[in-house]
Write a protein that binds this ligand. Structure first.
Ligand code: ATP
Length: 205
């Protein structure tokens, strides 16, 4: 089983990294692919270039096999559609269970995503929840696919909806960008190598 964790990663921080590692262990995944999006379809454009966001991810993942950076969305022209990303991964991994992780906020808008129903033909969708997250009631399409049995996820390559609670550190990229702009020290919220990169490239000032 392979996990797919998309995001803007502007910049990558310990909230992302701990969540990805926890998910890898919870679902006994071969690895989690961190996939930075090119132009976010669902939010404003990031302040940094795509290459800078990618380089920060590469810095923190370079000596390990649990978390892998996948730059495919940056290599594709145009917007980042999960449908394209999962289609490409499915071609590369025809016989592997794919778990696509999505935050509960994003999941609340899932039915507006490009070809959202077909995403279930490509992967299982795993919604990452926080203890007091508010979720909209599930529609019939989702209800039919819902399972709370991890074994079923392993036995099928795609098609199920699963909710997984994980530890959420109170860290956000927005807050980190704000701290740097305000000349506060962001140390211990993100890896030192990323902080060094931010200062060297004068990002977020
Ligand atoms: P921003 O503050 O710029 O919106 P962010 O820190 O929320 O950024 P994203 O790159 O938008 O980061 O998020 C990518 C994924 O990481 C999303 O699925 C999001 O839910 C998840 N995520 C972000 N912060 C945390 C955190 N502290 N703990 C666990 N998951 C997180």
């Amino acid at each position: 089983m392979i996990g797919i964790f998309g995001g803007t990663f502007d910049p990558v921080h310990y909230g992302h990294l701990r969540a990805a590692l926890e998910l890898k262990e919870l679902f006994e995944l071969e690895h989690v692919r961190l996939i930075p999006c090119a132009q976010p379809v669902h939010r404003d454009s990031p302040m940094t270039t795509a290459v800078q966001r990618l380089e920060m991810l590469q810095l923190v993942t370079k000596n390990q096999t649990d978390l892998i950076v996948d730059a495919q969305e940056l290599q594709r022209a145009g917007g980042s559609y999960t449908f394209d990303t999962l289609t490409a991964l499915r071609l590369n991994y025809p016989d592997v269970t794919l778990l696509f992780f999505v935050g509960s906020d994003a999941f609340n808008k899932f039915t507006t995503w490009f070809r959202w129903q077909e995403l279930f033909d490509l992967a299982h969708i795993v919604v990452i929840t926080r203890p007091n997250a508010e979720l909209k009631p599930l529609n019939e399409f989702f209800k039919m696919r819902l399972t709370n049995d991890k074994q079923i996820l392993k036995e099928e390559f795609s098609g199920r909806l699963f909710f997984q609670q994980i530890t959420q550190l109170a860290i956000s990229a927005t807050a980190i960008r704000g701290m740097i702009a305000a000349r506060q020290n962001p140390r211990f919220l993100l890896p030192d190598a990323v902080i060094d990169y931010i200062y060297q490239n004068q990002l977020y000032f």
